[in-house]
Design a protein around this ligand. Structure first.
Ligand code: 8YV
Length: 323
């Protein structure tokens, strides 16, 4: 009898076709009603789940008695209740490495857009307001040779550091739970305390995983440590940053600008952020290129097959040892 796989978000069409050739596939469709209710119903006899961007925990997996694997099309896995999955002996896999460079590109896109006021000046030009040479109101911040502070020197953080060091001759600082001496020396990056990084950096980039240590890591106190010409970029997770504190800091011009790709609540459909011209807001598109999402979907597909067809641990498993 064919095993059942529930697809809980949009995935690459070719991968979907391959899944449909091997499994009984059911797609969760938000247009058909409450997604959590659909998950509760459809996972009752499901062997595997594949997708991303949705919180999965006991509330919507309570009846998933046959479930063996959740194959997440993402590198982050804060959407999943790992304790519950371990208790239920459900593998969780993810898609690391293949999105590193694409996400680092997006981080620098946000950094440069925020530094040089790209969105607001694009609007200003298209509204026909360009009547004379750009003046102080249009001035941005220099990037070349400035200080780049990276919070979280993981694979994506290191790719961002590489762009700053080699591409923009930047002085790189980093902070995290521990020093990463070998990785840091590639960029002459200096490990420092959070306070030191925030007070010394011209550009602060949040590239950490969301965990107990990084949740609400940047709030009012931390923003007040930043320089008034500094730019903050967040490509990690929205909950790493206190969004209301950032809004106040931007309104009071405590920092020059911000570039955001992630938010406390997603999708973000209304926010005071939308009223500010010193913040660039993108819709969680860090990995969103066709080629990268295809690579992620391919990796997630292979992770799923490892469990459902080869009866082995997924290659990119998040929870290798059930406890
Ligand atoms: C995902 C991401 O595409 O990989 C991650 O952790 O945040 C993105 O690349 C996104 O989570 C899908 O919703």
């Amino acid at each position: 009898m064919q095993k059942k796989v529930v697809v809980f978000s949009q995935i690459d069409s070719e991968i979907l076709q391959r899944l449909e050739q091997q499994f009984h596939v059911v797609q969760i469709n938000p247009k058909l009603g409450d997604v959590n209710q659909q998950l509760l119903e459809q996972t009752q006899d499901a062997d595997g789940l594949i997708g991303a961007g949705r919180i999965l925990n006991q509330s919507n997996l309570a009846h998933a008695d046959k479930l063996k694997v959740i194959s997440s099309v993402s590198v982050g896995y804060d959407n999943y209740d790992l304790n519950y999955l371990n208790q239920q002996k459900i593998w969780l896999s993810h898609t690391p490495h293949v999105l590193t460079e694409t996400t680092a590109d997006l981080a620098f896109t946000l950094l440069m857009s925020a530094a040089r006021k790209v969105p607001s000046l694009d609007t200003w030009t298209k509204q026909g307001q360009w009547s004379r040479t750009a003046g102080p109101d249009q001035f941005g911040m220099d990037i070349y040779g400035k200080t780049l502070g990276i919070i979280g020197l993981g694979h994506i953080g290191a790719a961002i550091a590489r762009r700053g060091f080699h591409g923009f001759n930047m002085n790189v600082l980093y902070h995290g739970r521990r020093e990463k001496i070998e990785r840091a020396e590639q960029f002459k990056a200096q490990f420092c305390t959070l306070n030191e990084l925030l007070s010394r950096s011209d550009f602060v980039v949040l590239a950490v995983d969301l965990n107990a240590d990084s949740k609400a890591l940047i709030g009012q106190r931390e923003l007040e440590l930043m320089q008034s010409h500094a730019v903050l970029v967040n490509i990690s997770r929205g909950s790493v940053l206190d969004e209301n504190a950032l809004i106040q800091a931007l309104k009071q011009k405590q920092i020059f600008a911000a570039g955001l790709d992630v938010y406390e609540k997603e999708p973000l459909q209304s926010s005071e952020l939308f009223t500010l011209d010193n913040v660039v807001t993108l819709p969680h598109v860090g990995s969103a290129t066709a080629a990268t999402r295809k690579r992620m979907a391919e990796l997630a597909y292979q992770n799923l097959l490892d469990v459902l067809l080869s009866d082995k641990k997924p290659r990119y498993v998040v929870n290798p040892n059930f406890q």
